[in-house]
Design a protein around this ligand. Sequence first.
Ligand SMILES: Cc1cc2nc3c(=O)[nH]c(=O)nc-3n(C[C@H](O)[C@H](O)[C@H](O)COP(=O)(O)O)c2cc1C
Length: 306
Amino acid sequence: MKLTTKFLGISLANPLVLASGILGTTGASLAAAVKAGAGAATSKSVWLRRHDGHSNPTVLNLGGGNLLNAVGLPHGGIEEARVEFENFRKLSSAPLFASIAASNFEEFGETAAAVAELKPDLMELNISCPNVESEFGRPFACSIRDTKKVVKIVKKKCGAIPLAVKLSPNVENIAEIARAAETAGADAITAVNTVGPGMVIDIETAEPILLNRVGGLSGPAIRPLAVRAVWEIFEAVKIPIIGTGGVANGRDAIEMMEAGASLVGIGSAAKDGLEIFGKIKKEIEKWCESRGIENISELTGKAHRS
Ligand SMILES: Cc1cc2nc3c(=O)[nH]c(=O)nc-3n(C[C@H](O)[C@H](O)[C@H](O)COP(=O)(O)O)c2cc1C
């Protein structure tokens, strides 16, 4: 059966993508994800200038593969990205997706322009981290107006590089935000970022465990929410979707595709080992072969046709 996938003109060996921020901190770790079986790798969110993120503890293991994180998008800045992207290119010929982050509209434009020069295969606009505030005190992805404005600014800087916009599940109507992104020029939607913010308290000290107090939830607990979001977005827009959230095995990936995803992002499940990519790939292949499915793209949006 055929796992190879074309996404916005980009050729991938399979539809599995390392999600942003999970192990994608260096060119070597991004390349290792591809070597382990990912069809593409997404960098952690690149900032124009050094961005320190939050202080430890920043990641809590909640069990069952679920995480609560408040890493706060630490990054060394554009020069670090240049070095790591070059390192990746030396090690791998697979597609590299560059996630970008910023704290205001102008900085998003500048960051997109600088990252476009590094020639990633796709730019992923992260406007959805629940623990990084925009200038209005909430992520841009929570507002139709802000989403449209930032997408228009960034799209102009992308040139021929396709633009995916990463949305937050923490909104009343994710479909209308996706539609706003599409209208403003997005070529794809990535859904979803972490859910929250959430809090966990140490009952002995009676204090929140994360130093930031709150963080974003990821892992299997959020999968039904991500599947629902992808389903609604698929109904609302014509552009393709990178479905992300809680995927931990082949069945989860298939479900995400049936909901409407063309590519499947894997984050938290990769934290305990990159072998997960090879394992999920094999499970998808086996499942498809046993059902006479010859081409993986047949799965995208299947749940809308049944
Ligand atoms: C530790 C950690 C760091 C993350 N960093 C980023 C990031 O830099 N940029 C981004 O867009 N998303 C980031 N995310 C969100 C993931 O890319 C993904 O959207 C989310 O975790 C849901 O997928 P999952 O359940 O497969 O982890 C991060 C998630 C975790 C757990």
